[in-house]
Write a protein that binds this ligand. Structure first.
Ligand code: NAG
Length: 414
C-alpha cells in the first residue's frame, strides 16, 4: 500500500468504527432520564421490569465462573427484564475491589468491566451501588474500621456519616468507579448509557440520636459530589422508604419502627433523581400473619407512590422485594402467588394514574450458586412457573409503555 492509500485506509477504518460505535449507542437508546414522575428513554416515557443480582462482580472475578453472569443476563433478557441492580463495591475481605482505602485490585475492577460489558450485550441497564450499609462486602463498618486503623478517632459505625476521613474514603471510591475506563467496552463508566443510575448506599440506616439530620447531610454532600463528576447518569439513595420526622403523620405507614432515615426529606434533595422503596413484610412484620403482611405491603406501595408523585414529584422504583424459602409455610406456589400479587398491585396503581415506574425483584441467580443463596434466589432456567409470572409482568410493562406513547401522540393531534 502507498502512503497515500494507507492514510485513506486508516481514515476509512476510523469512520467505520465511529459509525459502529454510534449505532451501538443509538441501538441502546441513550441515557435514561426523568421527566416529572416518569423515566424517559429515547424521547418516550418508560416503565421497566427488572431484577437484583448483587453477586455479579464477585462471581465474575473468577474467569471460570463468568458464564454465570452471562447466563443470568441472557435468561433475564429472554424474560423481558431490562434493568439489573448490582454492587459496585467490595471493601476489604475476599475478592475485594477496594483492598484498603484508595488501593484497588485491577482483577476485580476488570470483573466489573465484564459485568457492564455483558449487560450492554444483552440490552440490560444497570443500577450500581457504591457501598453497603451492612458488613457484607465491607460496607460502613469496614470504612469506619479503616479510619480507626489510620488513627482517626471514631466511636462506631454511625461515624461513617460525619467523620471527614471516612467521607474522603467514600468520595474517593465514588470517583474511582465513575471515572473508571472500561477495559472491555473502552468506554469510561460516566459516559456509558448501559449504566442507568448510581446508588449512594444499599439501605442507609443510622442509630445515632440526630440520625435523620446526619443522614440528610451526608446524602446532600455525596449527591452533590456525584453530580459534580457525572451529569449523564441518574442518582438514587438506596433507601428502604421508612418515613421520618419531617412528616410525622406518615409514620403510621412504617412497620412499627424507624431506621434513622426520612423518605420525604432525603428524597427532596435536588440531586436525587428518583425515589426507592424496599419491602420485606415477612421480615419486618415476622410476628404477623400473611394477610396482615400483605395489607402492609399494599399500604407501603400506595403511600410511597402517592408521596413520590404528589410531594417529591419524582419517579418511584420498588428496588427490592421478594419471598424467602426460609419463611414459614413457603412453597414455590406461594412465592409465585406473592410476586404476582405485588405486580398486580403495582399495575393497578399504574392503571389508575401512575405510581411505580419500575420494580426489581430480589433476586436472580444462576445455577450452581448455592453458596450465594439467601433464600430469595430465583433461577429462571429452573423455576418455570416463577419465570412465567416475571415474563407476564414484563409484557404488562410493555403494554403500559405503548399506552403512554399513544397518550403522548394523541395529545399532538389537534
Ligand atoms: C391476621 O391478623 C389480624 C390482626 O393483625 C387479624 O385481624 C386477622 O383476623 C388475622 N387473619 C387471619 C386469617 O388469621
Amino acid at each position: 500500500m502507498s502512503r497515500f492509500h494507507k492514510v485513506g485506509y486508516v481514515v476509512g477504518v476510523l469512520i467505520t468504527l465511529a459509525l459502529v460505535c454510534q449505532a451501538r449507542v443509538h441501538s441502546h437508546g441513550g441515557f435514561v432520564r426523568t421527566e416529572g414522575t416518569r423515566f424517559v428513554l429515547g424521547g418516550s416515557s418508560s416503565l421497566f421490569n427488572g431484577f437484583n443480582s448483587y453477586w455479579m462482580m464477585h462471581v465474575a472475578t473468577e474467569p471460570s465462573e463468568r458464564y454465570k453472569v452471562s447466563n443470568t443476563f441472557r435468561e433475564a433478557a429472554d424474560a423481558g427484564l431490562s434493568v439489573c441492580r448490582t454492587w459496585a463495591f467490595s471493601d476489604g475481605g475476599d475478592r475485594a475491589l477496594q483492598i484498603s482505602p484508595g488501593t484497588y485490585d485491577e482483577r476485580v475492577f476488570q470483573a466489573l468491566d465484564f459485568v457492564i460489558s455483558e449487560a450492554r450485550r444483552y440490552g440490560i441497564r444497570l443500577i450500581l451501588s457504591f457501598v453497603n450499609n451492612y458488613k457484607d462486602y465491607g460496607g460502613r463498618p469496614q470504612y469506619v474500621e479503616w479510619a480507626r486503623n489510620a488513627g482517626v478517632n471514631v466511636n462506631g459505625e454511625d461515624d461513617f456519616y460525619t467523620t471527614p476521613t471516612v467521607k474522603e474514603y467514600y468520595k474517593n471510591h465514588v470517583k474511582r468507579v465513575i471515572t473508571r475506563f472500561n477495559t472491555i467496552t473502552r468506554i469510561v463508566y460516566k459516559d456509558d448509557p448501559t449504566i442507568m443510575a448510581w446508588e449512594l448506599m444499599n439501605e442507609p440506616r443510622c442509630q445515632a440520636d440526630s440520625s435523620e439530620k446526619m443522614v440528610n447531610g451526608w446524602v446532600q454532600e455525596m449527591a452533590s459530589f456525584v453530580k459534580s463528576l457525572d451529569k449523564n447518569h441518574l442518582l438514587e439513595i438506596g433507601m428502604e422508604g421508612f418515613y421520618g420526622d419531617s412528616m410525622p403523620e406518615k409514620k403510621v405507614n412504617n412497620p412499627g419502627y424507624q431506621v434513622g432515615t426520612d423518605f420525604i426529606s432525603n428524597n427532596l434533595i435536588k440531586e436525587i433523581d428518583f425515589t426507592t422503596i424496599h419491602a420485606y413484610p415477612d421480615i419486618w412484620l415476622s410476628g404477623q400473619n400473611e394477610s396482615a403482611q400483605m395489607a402492609f405491603m399494599q399500604r407501603w406501595m400506595q403511600s410511597h407512590s402517592i408521596d413520590s408523585k404528589g410531594i417529591l414529584k419524582k419517579p418511584l422504583v420498588m428496588a427490592e422485594f421478594g419471598k424467602s424459602s426460609k419463611g414459614q409455610g413457603y412453597s414455590l406456589g406461594a412465592r409465585d402467588q406473592y410476586l404476582s400479587t405485588v405486580y398486580q398491585s403495582m399495575n393497578n396503581f399504574e392503571s389508575t394514574g401512575g405510581g411505580i415506574s419500575g420494580s426489581l425483584v430480589w433476586q436472580l441467580m444462576a445455577e450452581g450458586m448455592d453458596s450465594y443463596g439467601d433464600g430469595y434466589g430465583i433461577i429462571l432456567s429452573q423455576d418455570a412457573s416463577t419465570r412465567g409470572v416475571i415474563s407476564a409482568q414484563s409484557h404488562k410493562m410493555t403494554t403500559f409503555r405503548h399506552m403512554l406513547l399513544g397518550r403522548k401522540h394523541g395529545k399532538s393531534v389537534p
